[in-house]
Design a protein around this ligand. Structure first.
Ligand SMILES: *[C@@H]1O[C@H](CO)[C@@H](O)[C@H](O)[C@H]1NC(C)=O
Ligand SMILES: *[C@@H]1O[C@H](CO)[C@@H](O)[C@H](O)[C@H]1NC(C)=O
Ligand SMILES: *[C@@H]1O[C@H](CO)[C@@H](O)[C@H](O)[C@H]1NC(C)=O
Ligand SMILES: *[C@@H]1O[C@H](CO)[C@@H](O)[C@H](O)[C@H]1NC(C)=O
Ligand SMILES: *[C@@H]1O[C@H](CO)[C@@H](O)[C@H](O)[C@H]1NC(C)=O
Ligand SMILES: *[C@@H]1O[C@H](CO)[C@@H](O)[C@H](O)[C@H]1NC(C)=O
Ligand SMILES: *[C@@H]1O[C@H](CO)[C@@H](O)[C@H](O)[C@H]1NC(C)=O
Length: 355
């Protein structure tokens, strides 16, 4: 029998008792960072970018994806040394994890720099192979000279962001369906000043935590000076319970996570112009000139800041290795269209990005 005082204590600490402990199941870091990723190896036929996502061989030989020998961190970048002539696309990188991670997982990405600059559209995100079934989680994304990180879910119809507990502001729609608003998704904006662009780099970046749980999907972001020890210690187990209010939160109440989300492949990519960054009115919000002719075409010197600098990506799971789905399937090399925006739909989508 518990003593009366322990009964009282238990009733005061329901969340502590419900704590979910996750165990590390995968680590991408240091000299082996690029082991376990597929390089897309085709031009951007997903979002109409003026980009060629190179093969692993080209990425390595032209140093678009490599581990910096001084910092021991992974660099994923746009080619900023080649001259691209009119009617050609520029080389860049898109990699997807070979393993996918089921509901009941957390991934933590520690980055020092994210790509930015006019025409640059980077993302660190995840999706199930048969998108939109199985869903998409965008942990980090923005474009051009925007100042804040944007986080979004894209799903089949029926998933909504209802009663989130988060520090972000809702951009427009709380309907995550790819059919709503030309697939703009249910998108939120981090108010933190150092969440994107030059301010992110000046703060030496930080850590993004994505929790993919039956109870909901949440993202936390901690800038370098605020990263909790539970993250910086690289411990083999982890809990999100002491991280405080997330920047983004989609509780299962408005979106049954088990129904709308399946095992996710993690993706880093950088495209140029394309459906979002290159849409005329989106581009004009933060950049001058014409996206393709004034930036992609030329000697590439405008891309000196178009790179990810990643210390690590660590994946934790509530069920240990049971939530890791290993696959060598070719389907992972060419996932389906992600942002299925048609040119005709852009007129309506464009207004979403007015902040
Ligand atoms: C880093 O985050 C802390 C806590 O949110 C905040 O007080 C600080 O201003 C941030 N630093 C920068 C450079 O934005
Ligand atoms: C955590 O891992 C990073 C590399 O991902 C390393 O630089 C750092 O020193 C590690 N921290 C600890 C406390 O081991
Ligand atoms: C690259 O092109 C820009 C714009 O035309 C020019 O200002 C710059 O000097 C060029 N850089 C080199 C190394 O040629
Ligand atoms: C290209 O970008 C890198 C950073 O990614 C930078 O170090 C380099 O100076 C840039 N320019 C050239 C010509 O390599
Ligand atoms: C995790 O384990 C629990 C308990 O064994 C089980 O009910 C659940 O289905 C598992 N989840 C996954 C994604 O494997
Ligand atoms: C993109 O190109 C690859 C290679 O040709 C092809 O396998 C894939 O189906 C294409 N995807 C789309 C969405 O067109
Ligand atoms: C915001 O979302 C609503 C409902 O999804 C949509 O009808 C409307 O066009 C969107 N507004 C803007 C400014 O895009």
């Amino acid at each position: 029998m518990p003593s009366p005082s322990s009964v009282a204590l238990l009733s005061l600490l329901p969340s502590a008792l419900a704590a979910t402990t996750y165990d590390m199941v995968k680590e991408y870091s240091g000299s082996t960072f690029f082991t376990g990723w597929s390089f897309y190896g085709n031009y951007d036929n997903l979002t109409n970018g003026d980009a060629i996502f190179v093969t692993a061989d080209v990425a390595s030989s032209s140093k678009l994806a490599y581990v910096d020998s001084t910092t021991n961190r992974a660099i994923i970048k746009v080619d900023n040394t080649s001259t691209v002539v009119y009617n050609n696309k520029r080389n860049t990188v898109r990699i997807a994890s070979e393993d996918s991670f089921e509901v009941g997982s957390v991934w933590i990405a520690d980055m020092y720099h994210v790509p930015y600059g006019c025409s640059v559209w980077p993302a660190f995100w995840s999706q199930a192979p048969d998108w939109p079934t199985g869903g998409e989680i965008d942990t980090f994304e923005h474009w051009n000279m925007e100042l804040h990180n944007q986080m979004t879910l894209h799903t089949d119809a029926g998933c909504n962001q209802v009663s989130p507990v988060q520090t972000s502001t809702i951009i427009n729609s709380t309907d995550c369906s790819y059919l709503d608003d030309s697939n703009a998704g249910c998108s939120v904006m981090d108010p933190a000043s150092a969440s994107y662009g030059a301010a992110f780099a000046a703060a030496q970046g930080g850590a993004f935590v994505t929790e993919f749980s039956e109870a909901g999907i949440s993202v936390w972001f901690f800038n370098r000076s605020s990263i909790p020890t539970s993250i910086s210690s690289n411990a083999s187990s982890f809990t999100t319970d002491d991280l405080g209010t997330p920047v983004a939160n989609w509780p299962t109440g408005g979106c049954t996570i088990d129904t709308y989300f399946k095992a996710q492949n993690l993706i880093f990519d950088i495209t140029l112009c394309g459906d979002a960054a290159g849409a005329t009115s989106v581009f004009a919000q933060t950049c001058d000139g014409t996206c393709y002719t004034d930036y992609v075409v030329g000697n590439g010197s405008v891309y000196d800041n178009a790179y990810f600098d990643v210390a690590s990506v660590r994946v934790y799971s509530v069920n240990g290795s049971n939530t890791v789905v290993s696959s060598t399937s070719a389907a992972l090399v060419f996932p389906p269209n992600v942002w299925a925006w048609g040119a005709a739909a852009l007129g309506s989508a464009v207004a979403l990005f007015v902040l």
